[in-house]
Design a protein around this ligand. Structure first.
Ligand code: P6P
Length: 335
């Protein structure tokens, strides 16, 4: 069968043996994400039509107003994961603490934990800009048969067994890796099927797009200021183009296809940066590296950071390898 006509379901079955813990477990994890993505996509695409947009009136642990779609997406992904009898625990940006999942016989015998940002960029919903879901999957490290603990969630990114994102844009796409490259699937909403539209996605080693919120320029570290001025200089293949959507999944996805770098650094307003290590930076870093790109905190590899807190934030430099390394060079020279 030509790759382009392959469905996500056919692809998972074909690749099953690549997943080193294969016993249908990858299928159940990705299939629950697939189902939830279709349900959330349907709701996101109707957001302007029904009274589901706008703050739910509550705040999440980040102190951010929860949009109703945030709450909805969170519940959909949590429930589909629990129903598939595959996870022993779930952590979400929208939940202060992790969720323990006992399994049908309350045995705590499920092997995986999933961490997610159920609807990243949700502040863009009201202005009809693309948003996304980000997920990260680990095997538990505490004994089977016991309740999951925080230790199962605080694993370094190199331990991920799968990671991916859903982008709810002009089309809905599911992009994921299990450590054997990155593949993108586009939803045909008419029949509710994801098709392999972007096989073996790769980050171009170089690019001409830099994505950063320059409104924070005066608050940035000197190395970031220096890199921005480098991007704007009339020299060689510069000036580059500045593109910043304010939705990590969208900026990342565009940069992977066209070549580019996304930076969310520390600043005097965000001393540890804004993005969360466990369910934004680690999964996107895993995907970036699997696509030949790079991801660091400006100095060190994201995937090797040892987490200390569920919602901890880190600075994030991610994208085309040569561009990340050039930005790191400015960071090092400025210290
Ligand atoms: P700022 C969305 O809230 C998010 O976490 C990312 O998706 C996005 O890239 C970033 O924050 C935007 O943050 O401070 O530039 O508005």
């Amino acid at each position: 069968m030509k790759d382009r006509n392959k469905t996500l379901g056919e692809f998972i079955i074909e690749k099953q043996e690549e997943f080193k813990y294969s016993s249908g477990e990858l299928s159940r994890i990705i299939n629950s994400i697939r189902l939830a993505a279709k349900v959330v996509s349907h709701k996101v695409n109707k957001a302007g039509l029904v009274d589901i947009v706008g703050a739910a009136g509550e705040q999440n642990i980040q102190g951010e107003d929860q949009q109703k779609l945030d709450v909805y997406a969170n519940e959909v992904f949590i429930q589909t994961l629990i129903n598939r009898e595959i996870v022993c625990g779930i952590a979400s940006e929208e939940n202060d603490d992790f969720i323990t999942v006992q399994g049908k016989d309350a045995s705590h015998n499920n092997k995986y934990v999933v961490l997610m940002d159920p609807l990243d960029g949700s502040s863009n919903i009201d202005v009809n800009v693309s948003v996304g879901t980000i997920f990260s999957v680990y095997r538990r490290i505490t004994p089977m048969g016991t309740p999951v603990t925080l230790e199962d969630f605080l694993q370094p990114g190199v331990n991920q067994v799968a990671a991916g994102y859903v982008i709810y844009g002009t089309s809905t796409m599911l992009v994921y890796t299990t450590g054997h490259g990155v593949n993108g699937f586009t939803l045909n909403p008419a029949i509710g099927t994801f098709y392999l539209s972007h096989p073996n996605m790769k980050y171009a080693p170089d690019g001409k797009i830099y994505s950063i919120n320059e409104g924070n320029y005066i608050h940035f570290p000197q190395g970031v200021k220096d890199y921005i001025k480098y991007c704007q200089l009339e020299e060689g293949d510069r000036p580059y183009t500045s593109r910043y959507i304010g939705s990590l999944v969208s900026d990342f996805h565009r940069n992977m296809i066209k070549g580019g770098v996304y930076i969310y650094p520390t600043s005097s307003k965000a001393p540890n940066g804004k993005l969360r290590l466990l369910y934004e930076c680690n999964p996107m870093a895993f995907i970036a590296e699997q696509a030949g790109g790079k991801a660091s905190d400006g100095f060190d590899r994201i995937l090797e950071i040892k987490p200390t807190e569920l919602h901890q934030r880190v600075p994030f430099f991610c994208g085309s390898r040569n561009m990340v390394e050039k930005a790191e060079e400015f960071m090092t020279n400025a210290t």
